[in-house]
Design a protein around this ligand. Structure first.
Ligand code: FRU
Length: 484
């Protein structure tokens, strides 16, 4: 269903209850509902928001348009977790219901102050000429989940950006609070602005400078910037829309990338000696990754496993999008690793020696080892003719290749059906998480990652081996009761 602008911006209260019932039922009929990835009961999920630790629990929100598979009037849905694997939704918490966020409670971050969680987000407002005013605004959530919105703008649109100015991330650096905000300058180039909380007051922000990270100024907008620190090294994760492919080659409509620097100077906003841009994920879907330094010091991240401006086969079931597993970010030999948190192993119910399978429930983990001088060709979501998601791990030639051309319903064909990355000529381990229509593949415990969606046909439930000696384990995964 194509949504008109009127429908996309219709007030939440004006959607009839029987319409919601109808789309909820339709979503339930989808053959591709996930077991252990967060998705919506109906409507569209996009960016993870407000990922934080609050009141003794992990808090994770997501961007939500409840009324179908479209980007419309956005709100924030809240979920919480004690183990970073099982998340309980508690409901929509931030509605687009004030003069400062009337046209969308857009993405943002969160941090605990006292006994409240401060939500720092973009309020999107359209005036009578449909001109957009992006305001960086705030709300406080108490331990009962009550939201109190702050009634004034915390950071207004600067004179030197267009109306593309959004997605504030608050972070602590050596005891002081800062925020970065993604934007577009008047030459229509993507930039990131750094602000500081005056006297550590999260209601009082002063501009420091545009972040200096050897920005090549080819992208037209930087969405969802995040700065995290691992072993004192700053890592900047962001989504440079329209980045010139001569800077870094990518296949997805918009890339999600990162740079590692040697140090960060908050006075001058300089990231010292930044690395070249690198792919966060080599798969088909991974965007708007949100990362933060948890109180225990770990850098944790979660991604949106879909992309803007792409249609998905689930759209006809009135929903779209899911979140990735929560990943811990580490640096090893100067390289960024991303791997699901340890508690993910609690989903394993049994362990079997790997063998091809005619049928599974498409909900499992494989842990495979591939010798340095060999190559394996594996088909996940395989049908009787061994057609499905083809994964080739080829340390002998230093390549991993993933091809979804023969896996279920085709979509996003404009962006190709194959993805690949380079690996070293050494023994290679692959941990592969399969969840109905989601795959997350971690090479060498997160040195390289391929994430994405496939929408398999009913008979695509097997695992086939086309070539090579496949050794390892198969684990059935059980999430328990699914509430999202
Ligand atoms: C990224 C994004 C953000 C924005 C949000 C709106 O996917 O476009 O920049 O805040 O989604 O839902």
């Amino acid at each position: 269903m194509a949504f008109t602008t009127e429908e996309r911006y219709r007030a939440y209260a004006d959607w009839p209850a029987d319409y919601i019932d109808k789309i909820t039922q339709n979503t339930k009929h989808s053959p591709w509902r996930t077991n252990f990835h967060i998705e919506t009961p109906h409507g569209l999920l996009n960016d993870p928001n407000g990922f934080s630790y609050f009141n003794g629990k992990w808090t994770l929100f997501y961007q939500y348009f409840p009324f179908g598979a479209a980007h419309g009037l956005k709100s924030w849905v809240h979920t919480e977790s004690t183990d970073l694997v099982h998340f309980e939704p508690t409901g929509t918490m931030v509605y687009p219901d004030t003069p400062l966020d009337s046209h969308g409670a857009y993405s943002g971050s969160a941090m605990q102050f006292g006994d409240k969680l401060f939500l720092f987000y973009t309020g999107n407002v359209r005036d009578e000429n449909w001109i957009r005013h992006p305001y960086q605004i705030g709300a406080l959530m108490d331990t009962k989940g009550e939201i109190q919105k702050i009634d004034h703008i915390l950071i207004d649109q600067p004179d030197d950006t267009t109306d593309h100015f959004r997605d504030p991330q608050i972070f602590n650096f050596k005891g002081d609070y800062y925020a970065i905000v993604g934007g577009q300058n008047l030459d229509k180039k993507g930039i990131i602005k750094l602000y500081k909380a005056v006297d550590n007051d999260y209601l009082n922000w002063e501009y420091v400078a545009d972040l200096d990270f050897a920005n090549n100024l080819t992208a037209y907008m930087m969405e969802c910037p995040n700065l995290v620190f691992i072993d004192e090294k700053p890592i900047l994760l962001y989504c440079p829309q329209g980045l010139d492919k001569s800077v870094l080659d990518y296949d997805n409509i918009y890339p999600n990338l990162y740079k590692i620097a040697q140090s960060f100077d908050p006075e001058t906003a300089i990231m010292v000696d930044p690395s070249p841009l690198q792919q966060l994920d080599y798969g088909f879907e991974c965007y708007a990754t949100q990362a933060f330094n948890a109180p225990d010091g770990r850098a944790l991240s979660v991604s949106w496993l879909a992309l803007p401006d792409v249609e998905y086969p689930t759209d006809r079931y009135d929903y779209q999008g899911c979140l990735s597993l929560v990943k811990e970010l580490t640096l090893q030999d100067g390289k960024l690793y991303q791997y699901p948190v340890e508690a993910i192993t609690s989903l394993r119910t049994d362990s079997q020696i790997f063998a091809p399978k005619v049928a599974t429930n498409n909900c499992y983990e494989l842990e495979l080892t591939v010798e340095a001088d060999s190559k394996i060709d594996l088909v996940l979501f395989a049908d009787a003719n061994k057609k499905g998601l083809k994964l080739s791990i080829d340390p002998a030639n230093g390549q991993v290749t993933l091809d979804r051309k023969d896996c279920g319903e085709a979509f996003a064909l404009d962006f190709g059906t194959e993805r690949h990355c380079q690996i070293a000529n050494q023994v290679t381990i692959a941990n592969i998480f399969i969840d109905k229509s989601v795959f997350e593949i971690f090479i060498n415990k997160g040195e390289k990652v391929f994430s994405g969606r496939v929408f398999p046909h009913q008979d695509q439930t097997g695992i086939a081996v086309l070539a090579g000696q496949v050794t390892g384990n198969y684990y059935s995964l059980d999430y328990g009761r699914k509430t999202h």
